[in-house]
Design a protein around this ligand. Structure first.
Ligand SMILES: [Zn+2]
Length: 475
């Protein structure tokens, strides 16, 4: 394992297929296709060639299988974080009590110093945290490639290969950072803005280099935007045409703000449709100000929402109407939004907060909002948002992405509803075992593929360098 810098080669993944696995005598497994799943007890889950081969009380065990005692575990399909920013990992806890503009103005000087080495160090730390809390697929949106460091993208893909998780890597780009940030960061922003030609060339490069359309892929590429209403309609249409001609998904932030309504004559959906950024191949993050008409359009047209409650709370934005969208037939997923605006990367904590804030927003009338609804968002909802069938479900024939939590300890004492306990209880959200494509990536609550202490040390060193570098540059 390299500890100094990422290589430039394409990650090829582990070379040898993993041995078959048997999760024996499972305490509880959340089995079945989304919408029709339930807990089963005392079964074996048999994994071979990256897939779940059988779930049952007397399932045949393949020769040479490794047997894991799962009697104290609840086993879920691996969770899907549908919105993240890996290259913001090393700027946590900035301006915790300021406005979004204050926070961006503090973050951009440090983000402007990120290069491939820093991005790799941050991405490993971020991905490690996510995987350790049960995430097996991360949807990342990178839109900031400072000073020509387009290889930040490559470094993050390499980090995912090293940690062992799947990734949907949305390649965005920056055309403008907005007047508030520009006032405070000035020329540094100019130095990071990419031309339309360069942006399209980079998209083509990463598409050819990394995108795998297979259902058992480790990396898929998507087309990203940081905000969907650029003043460059032709470029937005070109980006959409690029995505649709290659069957890639599109991803962006959408709040929408009052200024977005103003800019679109009050009809954000019509404008996005006209620009090619609306439809079942689009998923958006946040949706904090979606009105009833916009929610109806999302539900009707299959535009998925990745709700990010910690980030929304941190930046004091409204609670996204995720439960309302769900009830109206929309697709809801869950996102962490990166460790800059979240500060953490604990996905079960994100599940808990999602449930809690939706309770606040819905009030006592939100009686159908059971904790497993949020687990649906965190699994099958994420798979639908990322357009990746097979993720987020534990079923025979499905991908062997599994998150196993030990529910025998103190933090679950007194729990009579395991799915609710997983969301509502817990003093430590570390998964006991995490499996991605049949390969064990977390065991005994620690990473198998990488040294957590080394990852943390390297991340600390790079975070400090960003802080000091920004200070030395007078930012
Ligand atoms: Zn975001």
């Amino acid at each position: 394992m390299t500890t100094s810098k990422p290589s430039s080669k394409r990650p090829s993944g582990p070379e040898r297929p993993p041995a078959p696995l048997v999760l024996a005598d499972v305490g509880a497994a959340w089995v079945g296709p989304a919408g029709a799943r339930g807990l089963v007890h005392g079964v074996d889950v048999v994994v071979e060639d990256g897939r779940v081969r059988a779930v049952g009380p007397a399932a045949p065990r393949p020769g040479g299988a490794r047997v894991l005692d799962a009697s104290r575990w609840i086993v879920l399909p691996g969770m899907v974080n549908a919105h993240h920013h890996l290259n913001q990992q090393l700027t946590r806890t900035l301006v915790p009590a300021g406005s979004i503009d204050d926070w961006l103005a503090a973050a951009y000087p440090r983000w402007s110093l990120v290069d491939a080495r820093t991005a790799w160090a941050g991405a490993r730390a971020g991905l490690a945290e996510l995987v350790l809390t049960g995430v097996t697929t991360v949807g990342d949106l990178s839109y900031y490639f400072p000073r020509g460091h387009a290889d930040v993208f490559d470094a993050q893909v390499e980090a995912a290969a090293e940690i062992g998780c799947r990734m949907v890597a949305a390649r965005g780009g920056l055309r403008d950072a907005g007047p508030a940030v520009r006032r405070r960061v000035g020329d540094l922003v100019d130095a990071t803005i990419e031309s339309p030609d360069f942006l399209l060339a980079e998209l083509d490069r990463v598409f050819r280099g990394y995108h795998d359309p297979a259902d058992d892929a480790m990396v898929k590429v998507a087309v990203g935007l940081t905000e969907p209403l650029w003043d460059e309609p032709d470029l937005m249409r070109e980006l959409s045409a690029f995505a649709r001609s290659r069957d890639l998904r599109m991803h962006t932030h959408l709040h929408p703000r009052p200024s977005d309504h103003e800019a679109t004559g009050g009809d954000v959906v019509a404008r996005l449709s006209e620009l090619g950024w609306w439809g079942p191949d689009v998923w958006v993050a946040h949706g904090t100000r979606l009105d009833a008409r916009e929610r109806a359009a999302m539900a009707a047209d299959g535009v998925a929402l990745a709700t990010c409650p910690s980030s929304n709370a941190r930046l004091a934005t409204p609670i996204a109407p995720a439960w309302a969208l769900h009830r109206e037939g929309g697709v809801v997923a869950l996102g962490v939004d990166g460790a800059a605006s979240n500060d953490g990367g604990d996905f079960l904590l994100e599940c808990r907060l999602a449930w809690q804030v939706q309770r606040i927003a819905g009030g006592p009338a939100a009686s159908g909002l059971l904790p497993e609804v949020v687990l649906d968002w965190a699994t099958a909802g994420g798979a639908r948002a990322l357009g990746w069938p097979g993720l987020g479900e534990l079923r025979p024939g499905g991908l062997a992405d599994l998150a196993c939590f030990d529910v025998s300890g103190l933090d679950f004492a007194g729990v009579t509803d395991l799915l609710a306990g997983l969301v509502l209880c817990g003093i430590s959200h570390r998964a006991e075992t995490v499996i991605v494509g049949g390969r064990v990536v977390v065991e005994d609550r620690h990473l198998v593929s990488a040294d957590e202490d080394e990852i943390a040390r390297t991340a600390h060193r790079h975070a400090k360098a960003l802080r000091d570098g920004a200070r030395e540059a007078g930012l």
